[in-house]
Design a protein around this ligand. Sequence first.
Ligand SMILES: *[C@@H]1O[C@H](CO)[C@@H](O)[C@H](O)[C@H]1NC(C)=O
Ligand SMILES: *[C@@H]1O[C@H](CO)[C@@H](O)[C@H](O)[C@H]1NC(C)=O
Ligand SMILES: *[C@@H]1O[C@H](CO)[C@@H](O)[C@H](O)[C@H]1NC(C)=O
Ligand SMILES: *[C@@H]1O[C@H](CO)[C@@H](O)[C@H](O)[C@H]1NC(C)=O
Ligand SMILES: *[C@@H]1O[C@H](CO)[C@@H](O)[C@H](O)[C@H]1NC(C)=O
Ligand SMILES: [Cu+2]
Length: 722
Amino acid sequence: MVDKNFQRCLLSIFGAVIVTVFVVFNFPNPLSERAELLQCATNSAWCTSKNRILRHPTDAVLRHDHTSDVPHHPLDPLTIQEMNKVQKVIESFFNKSAYAVHSLVLEEPDKEVVLKWRKGDEPPPRIASVIARAAGKNYILTVDVESGAVAEQDTSHISGYPLVTMEDMESTIRAPLASAQFNRTIVERGVDPNDVACLPFSPGWFGKAEDGRRLVKLECFTIKDTINFYMRPIEGIIVITDLDTKEIIEIVDKGKHIPIPKGTGSDYRLAADNSAIIKLPNPISMEQPNGPNFVIEDNHLVKWANWEFHLKADPRAGVIISGAKIQDPVTGVVRNVMYKGFTSELFVPYMDPEEAWYFKTYMDAGEYGFGLQSLSLDPLNDCPRNAKYMDAVFAAADGKPYVRPNIICIFERYAGDAAWRHTEPAVVIGQEVREARPKVSLVARFVATLANYDYIVDWEFHADGLIHAKVSLTGMVIVKGTSYVNTNQVNDSEDMYGTLLSDNIVGVVHDHFINFYLDMDIDGTDNSFVNVHLQREYTKNNAPRRSYMKVNKTVAKTEKEAQIKLKLYDPSEFHVINPNKQTKVGNSVGYKLVPSGGTAASMLDPEDMPQKRAAFTNNQIWVTRYNKSEQWSGGLFAYQSHGDDTLQVWSDRDRAIENTDIVLWYTLGFHHVPCQEDFPIMPTVSSGFDMKPVNFFERNPILRIAPYVEKDLPICKATASA
Ligand SMILES: *[C@@H]1O[C@H](CO)[C@@H](O)[C@H](O)[C@H]1NC(C)=O
Ligand SMILES: *[C@@H]1O[C@H](CO)[C@@H](O)[C@H](O)[C@H]1NC(C)=O
Ligand SMILES: *[C@@H]1O[C@H](CO)[C@@H](O)[C@H](O)[C@H]1NC(C)=O
Ligand SMILES: *[C@@H]1O[C@H](CO)[C@@H](O)[C@H](O)[C@H]1NC(C)=O
Ligand SMILES: *[C@@H]1O[C@H](CO)[C@@H](O)[C@H](O)[C@H]1NC(C)=O
Ligand SMILES: [Cu+2]
């Protein structure tokens, strides 16, 4: 039946979302697989085909029934039992009348409390932070898990709404079919209403006329003849719907003359195409026959090499890294680097001002939940074979917990690169010296799939102290229907707002911005931000050369001094230092932010409404004074927000930021002018930035790491035993 198709399609969009109850998964017995691995390692037969196809990476610590989880660490996420308790409290708070929980997470204890806590101490009181809606009102509640006491925060002055729930989306996407007008217009375009799938797009915010109700703009596609329905837009139709009442407010119906793209060649599944499969004849894999070099204590505390950090899934941020510390190779002291790091907000504006497109200016973390939109990873392809997996426990709209398995993977990476090296030819010192060390790192990864797009976020920790954060984009570009099938049909004076990708399909130009919250605490909470400006100096005296480059360091005194736009010909390094701690030779210890390729800046007018709402993209770098409640750079209630609770607004308070607790913010940016290779699914594009030690260590911290020798690395005999 066609309706079944529709359902299937929804399932594929929202995946595990439909699972709102806690599910006990049928895991393989970890112990027996452990034993098997161990045995393989000892008899060196671990790389036979049998072990290659071990179904899933297994880990006795991670892969278990979550019902009996208890918190160990002050930052551990709420457990199933805790959420269930809180859910009961919420239910009675709303007097058993209708409510929806939009967020239910741990209210992290104050920083001083977390910093004082030591392993073995009782975790501090567990508090839940709840964002809910009932009778048309936003609620921010904190619930004491133990006592059930509820505190309510006033939200009347805050514009916007909390992120949409999965239940909001599920219940809205069929709304257009209730309209005879919608059915009529769909049929006129030759589409059977039974083949229609609509997606709930956030409407942005374009003026007070849009206030007073939660709006959603549904755009519809035909799911006939391809699973990649994104490539079959029913162009120009936007169904503006009230998310609470499901009432259709308006049907925008433009583009009747635009044919629906046939979707030929758009199915990206292996089985969909019978052309030859490209496969390298010889397998490549990352093998760790003796298991990983990291441990995950108490479900969340990751320890690897000289690093340790707390890792958890979060419905809004995706992944939160906390308490990242590194052991000093000389003193053995475990030193604080970053108190908390996460992806705070995204901004994806499409560059097409037409009626069915202008509003497409998504803030995905605050509008949809970067974590809520992440689904289980595909072992072997999303993460290497040596990866371990971590689950998430999230709350459904009724407040009840459910498990989203395998959404984070953690693995060691060895890609054959050198961590440092030098060869000294014999010419000068009479003997050849060759020293090289392998670069091994630890990656924590999750993938969010926001409808058409997939964002892969990596936090990579290196033994030399470097933290590399990386975002990779893949998935489908959202396309626009057009009557053209060749660029020679397009009038030079017509702005298509994009690139013709295939018959009747335009890939619309857009940007992706990903804003990172980086609460650096270098050897303590009191830090300063230093702009290490590189400037041209002219030589004095009679030097044969005219000019040179000079370093001029300026400590930012207030927040406005740390609103920074990157400039290629007026460069700086950006250091977070601890002015209270110096190395033996007197440099303040620090870390520097090193941007790499993804430095696209927003081209929108600063007064344009989408830009005001996503004002965190006004600068690439910001530094604010630490304030526990300033975490979401696009505002706590980003959905239909007016731009009155953004990083720009906080930073414009211009608070003092010298030698105090500060937060660094960095925005990665990508301009995306689609090209034909992006059809039907785009090859991954990546960029990131580094947080790199500067004068943090007394010398190269990995001088004494051992090189590999022949016997260290396992050798896989060719497929003889396969
Ligand atoms: C629940 O009922 C009590 C007692 O009538 C009332 O004071 C309170 O405001 C109600 N709570 C909500 C959220 O409506
Ligand atoms: C529109 O079409 C769908 C699918 O055939 C049908 O279920 C629905 O009842 C129709 N709506 C109206 C108002 O006729
Ligand atoms: C291209 O568009 C311009 C402006 O609309 C129009 O004057 C011109 O006739 C068009 N040219 C063709 C070849 O259609
Ligand atoms: C260093 O930079 C500051 C701030 O831009 C400027 O005022 C000062 O003149 C510069 N110093 C030198 C020596 O160039
Ligand atoms: C902390 O942040 C909140 C939200 O922006 C703000 O209302 C409050 O005034 C801030 N506190 C300080 C001390 O800046
Ligand atoms: Cu893109």
